[in-house]
Write a protein that binds this ligand. Structure first.
Ligand SMILES: Cc1ncc(COP(=O)(O)O)c(C=O)c1O
Length: 381
């Protein structure tokens, strides 16, 4: 697809995001921008709450939860029965990890580039015998597949890592990782929070056992909901001990003595979901589906490469994968005082973020090359 067509995509969809009337927004890996559609959906939720009160649960809200599970399933090439909603990635992890038997296989392999909440799940269980192996990235950008191959063995229960590293934007070879894990009889859990919505993700094709994401970032749905995929064949054998009434058969039987986990991935659900976010998240997924993730990937790649080029030309060092195929829409520009630089950008109407030692800029399909150029201009000072 030529660049002009990708630019037309931006031109068409950018007006749906009012923030661009006020600011240059380049921070989608923290929080996707609010669209007019999500705002309207939020108002629809409020109207129903106002007019129908609790009857909205049965008339609309439970159905909207189903729609959302279905929309996430389509996004990641799964069946709706393999998906569940959770309050956050952390909550989803706690339910999943509670179903894993670490008795014979006490080891978990993860990396020092993963989001801490993933690693904490296992560190918190060290007293229960869980052994955590945190692989060190040799270059601070990614972890070679060979390091995982060396670490995985017959004592490993799980490899838990990211599709896209939040610290560097580097894309991991998840299919290769799942293959390595399975060769050793281990399970593969992928934190795909930073990939779904900006990269095509097919959970079955990747061969992973668990895949987690959420509404907040590239999926443009706001705060309060995470998405869970569990490989269908595994579900029956996984019995979480972190449970809720949303995860049992006959939820509305209200029988305290009848504890029977649901037969689908919803056995991992942890209570009442954030319904306002169900509405905003549905609108976000609708946008992503309408545009198509393949097209989003091409647009974000083109913006990323342009941004990197401009940053380097302005004399900055950038932290990221050497191979463009392994780069995503998270650009780390090294900086001695990133917090002050981000504040300076903010004062000039450019919203970005920082992580230790770097300014983090993350363009989505609604951004333009002019947005990036403005950010670099201000960064140069
Ligand atoms: C890759 C990744 N995983 C997990 C999280 C945290 O997820 P939650 O707050 O839903 O537990 C974040 C948050 O920014 C993230 O970037």
């Amino acid at each position: 697809m030529p660049d002009s067509e990708l630019y037309e995509l931006t031109e068409r969809y950018r007006p749906e995001f009012p923030i661009f009337r006020l600011a240059t927004y380049l921070n989608s890996c923290s929080l996707g921008a609010l669209s007019g559609r999500s705002r309207a959906a939020l108002m629809e939720f409020a109207d129903l709450w106002d007019r129908r009160g609790a009857s909205a649960w049965y008339e609309r809200w439970l159905g909207a939860c189903d729609e959302l599970r279905g929309a996430f399933a389509r996004l990641v090439g799964a069946d709706a029965s393999e998906t569940a909603l959770a309050p956050s990635i952390s909550a989803a992890l706690s339910s999943i990890v509670s179903a894993i038997d670490f008795g014979v296989r006490p080891k978990v392999v993860t990396t020092d580039l993963d989001f801490p909440t993933v690693i904490y799940q296992f560190l918190a269980r060290r007293d229960l015998g869980v052994e955590v192996m945190v692989l060190r990235s040799p270059d601070g950008v990614s972890v070679p597949l060979e390091s995982f191959a060396e670490a995985l063995d017959e004592r490993t229960a799980l490899v838990a890592t990211s599709h896209v590293y939040f610290t560097t934007g580097a894309i991991q070879d998840v299919a290769g990782l799942a293959r390595l894990a399975h060769e050793q009889g281990a399970l593969c859990l992928i934190d795909a929070y930073q990939s779904t919505g900006q990269l095509p993700v097919d959970a079955r094709e990747l061969g992973v056992d668990f895949l987690l994401s959420g509404a907040l970032k590239w999926l443009l749905g706001g705060a309060g909901l995470a998405y869970v995929y569990v490989r269908g064949r595994l579900i029956e054998g996984l019995k979480p001990t972190a449970v809720s009434w949303f995860g049992v058969e006959n939820q509305f039987g209200f029988d305290p003595n009848a504890f029977e986990l649901r037969g689908d991935a919803r056995r991992f659900e942890l209570g009442t979901p954030a319904v306002p976010t169900v509405y905003t998240a549905l609108a976000g997924l609708e946008l992503v589906e309408e545009i198509g993730v393949e097209r989003i990937r091409r647009r974000v790649s083109s913006l990323t490469e342009h941004l990197l080029e401009r940053a380097v030309a302005a004399g900055f060092a950038v932290r990221g994968a050497a191979d463009p195929e392994e780069r995503s829409g998270i650009v780390m520009i090294e900086h001695r005082e990133p917090a002050a630089a981000v504040q300076r950008l903010m004062d000039a109407g450019v919203i970005v973020d920082h992580r230790p030692g770097a300014v983090r800029i993350s363009p989505h399909f609604y951004n333009t090359t002019e947005d990036s150029e403005k950010a670099i201009r201000i960064l140069v000072g």
